[in-house]
Design a protein around this ligand. Structure first.
Ligand SMILES: [Zn+2]
Ligand SMILES: [Zn+2]
Length: 245
C-alpha cells in the first residue's frame, strides 16, 4: 500500500545548490550512515527494512502479523472499544524507526522529519478525508524546555501535502503530566485524566484526525479523543508515525 520512501527527492527544491552539495559530501543514510543513492535519504537496505505497519488493528493500530487485510479489530478493542474510531500508523516502532524518530524528536533533524512526514502522507492519502488535522499538543512547560513540538512538525507538512486544514492550538494541554515513559498503564490513564481542554471559542468540525509521532498505550490519544468528543466532535481518528507493538 505505501509508496516508496525514496521518492522523497530533493532535486526540484534544492537545484544546483544540492548538486554541488552532493558532490562535496555524498548523501548518507539517515538511519545507518552508509552511502545513500543521490537524492534519497535512506540506503537501499534500510529502505527495504522499513517496518510498514500492515496488517494492523483498525481501531488501535497494534500490529497483527498474519491477519487478513483489512484486519479485524484486535481482541482488546473488541472487548473495550477505545474512544478513537480508527487509528492508523505508518510504521511499527522497530529498526530503523528507533533511530529515525529520536533524530527528529530530540535532535531536530529536519531531513528525518521530512522523510517521516512524507511516509505518513503516502500511507494516509487514500484514507477517508477528515475535516481537519489536529496535532496532539505538548504542555507549554515541556515545549519551552524542548523548544520543539514534534507532533506539530509532522502535522504541518502532512496537512500541506494532503491539502487538509490544520487546527493548531485548538486543543490545549492543561496539566503538566509526569513523563509517560516513567509510568505503568494504569498510572498513565490517571496522569492524563483532564489533561486536555478545547480552547475557548474554537469551533470544531465533525470529523477530526489527531496527529502524533509515537503511540505506545494510546492513553494520551484517548484522553485527547475524549476531550474532543465532549466538545461535540462526532468522529475522532488518530494518524501516527509509529506504533509501539
Ligand atoms: Zn541505511
Ligand atoms: Zn485494537
Amino acid at each position: 500500500m505505501p509508496g516508496p520512501v525514496n521518492r522523497i527527492e530533493r532535486a526540484a527544491v534544492d537545484g544546483w545548490w544540492h548538486g554541488l552539495g552532493a558532490r562535496l559530501c555524498p548523501p548518507r543514510c539517515l538511519a545507518c550512515g552508509e552511502a545513500a543513492p543521490p537524492g534519497t535519504d535512506l540506503c537501499p537496505a534500510c529502505t527495504a527494512a522499513l517496518p510498514w505497519n500492515v496488517p494492523a488493528c483498525p481501531r488501535c493500530a497494534v500490529p497483527l502479523p498474519g491477519a487478513s487485510s483489512p484486519a479485524p479489530s484486535c481482541g482488546a478493542c473488541q472487548r473495550r472499544p477505545p474512544p478513537l474510531d480508527a487509528t492508523h500508523a505508518a510504521f511499527a516502532y522497530r529498526t530503523p524507526l528507533d533511530r529515525l524518530l529520536p533524530r527528529f524528536k530530540f535532535h531536530r533533524d529536519l531531513a528525518a522529519g521530512r522523510l517521516l512526514a512524507d511516509a505518513m502522507a503516502s500511507c494516509f492519502v487514500a484514507l477517508p478525508r477528515p475535516d481537519a488535522l489536529l496535532p496532539v499538543p505538548l504542555h507549554p512547560g515541556r515545549l519551552r524546555r524542548r523548544g520543539y513540538d514534534q507532533a506539530l512538525e509532522l502535522a504541518r507538512p502532512l496537512a500541506r501535502t494532503l491539502r487538509l486544514p490544520l487546527l493548531d492550538g485548538a486543543l490545549v494541554r492543561t496539566r503538566a503530566t509526569a513523563p509517560q515513559s516513567e509510568l505503568d498503564a494504569a498510572s498513565r490513564r490517571r496522569n492524563l485524566r483532564e489533561a486536555f481542554t478545547v480552547r475557548d471559542g474554537t469551533r470544531l468540525p465533525a470529523h477530526v484526525v489527531l496527529v502524533d509521532d509515537v503511540m505506545t498505550t494510546g492513553a494520551t490519544l484517548h484522553a485527547a479523543a475524549v476531550t474532543l468528543r465532549r466538545a461535540g466532535v462526532t468522529r475522532v481518528e488518530a494518524w501516527v508515525c509509529a506504533r509501539v507493538p
